[in-house]
Design a protein around this ligand. Structure first.
Ligand SMILES: Nc1ncnc2c1ncn2[C@@H]1O[C@H](COP(=O)(O)OP(=O)(O)OP(=O)(O)O)[C@@H](O)[C@H]1O
Ligand SMILES: [Mg+2]
Length: 278
């Protein structure tokens, strides 16, 4: 069947195929975050995931994209990032200039979840490009191209934010914050965290629980000599080394103690915690 001459052929969203999460990511729900996210997505509310490093924010958004069957485009934000890096730019090639959509344009044009990781790292003049996409307008003006993208119905913005790290100079503007709903993340309670570590690293539950005990000691030292406690991610690394046959003491030194502090007294205190449990 041929199309009538006047048919408008929508651009093929083929460009998003590679952004689908094809296999179910392992995600252990901690509270009601899955249901809350689903409700937020159903009204396309932009969402902010708040929590310390290595506590499951990225894993959660991957899981939600898979569960909702939507493509996921992730952008690691940094302070050198410009608005063009998000929105797109003209490129010069053999046949002349051609427009290339940036990740935000791609996601809003074809309908993906756009995850801006560590968004506070971006300069505030870069962050404001998400403003028209995260209010009732849901548009993205491509000024250089002279086009306004009306966001695809499936499009949603998700940002992550580590509340501990912000200085006055580096924080989101209120006008950015107030466009988002927020979900708080933290390290899960003991048993659940051990379950995650056992699953991700292959260690037994007993070993995983000991790793969590050590982390809890370190987390209590946050603000008393440590900037940040030991994350779930670090515990998984330690577990993986143990699974590889590394002795638990050495594994904990390499994966837990050495990376987070250079202070000799603090290292001694943490090493002592390790020897209590291994
Ligand atoms: N609830 C959870 N269910 C399953 N895995 C988890 C969970 N929480 C943490 N993890 C594990 O911890 C690892 C670190 O989590 P993730 O990378 O999502 O942290 P993050 O919060 O995005 O950290 P950062 O702020 O540094 O980007 C994951 O790769 C995953 O293995
Ligand atoms: Mg992350």
């Amino acid at each position: 069947m041929s199309l009538p001459a006047t048919a408008v052929v929508a651009p093929t969203p083929g460009s998003l195929d590679s952004y689908h999460v094809t296999r179910e990511p392992y995600y252990r729900a901690i509270g009601d975050e899955v249901a809350l996210y689903e409700a937020a997505y159903s009204v396309r509310m932009p969402i902010m995931l708040k929590g310390p490093t290595g506590c499951g924010k990225t894993r959660f958004v991957e899981y939600m994209a898979w569960k909702l069957g939507k493509p996921l485009i992730t952008v690691a934000c940094n302070e050198d990032m410009t608005a063009s890096d998000l929105v797109g730019r003209f490129l010069l090639d053999a046949s002349g200039t051609r427009w290339q959509d940036g990740p935000l344009a791609l996601a809003s044009r074809y309908g993906a979840i756009c995850y801006l990781d560590e968004v506070v790292e971006a300069r505030q003049d870069t962050t404001v490009v998400i403003h028209p996409l995260t209010d009732a307008r849901r548009i993205l003006p491509l000024e250089k191209k002279g086009e306004i993208i009306e966001a695809h119905p499936d499009f949603q913005v998700v940002i992550s934010y580590n509340p501990g790290y912000q200085s006055l100079m580096k924080d989101l503007k209120q006008s950015t914050k107030q466009r988002f709903g927020a979900l708080d993340f933290n390290y899960p309670e003991h048993e659940v965290e051990a379950e995650i570590i056992a699953h991700e690293s292959g260690v037994s539950m007993d070993v995983a629980k000991n790793l969590v005990h050590i982390a809890e000691r370190a987390r209590n030292l946050k603000g008393h000599g440590l900037d940040e406690g030991i994350s779930t991610r670090m515990l998984i690394y330690a577990g993986r080394l143990i699974t590889q046959g590394v002795a638990p003491l050495a594994a904990c030194r390499v994966a837990l103690v050495r990376p987070i502090t250079d202070d000799p007294d603090m290292r001694d205190a943490l090493d002592a915690a390790v020897t209590t449990y291994f």
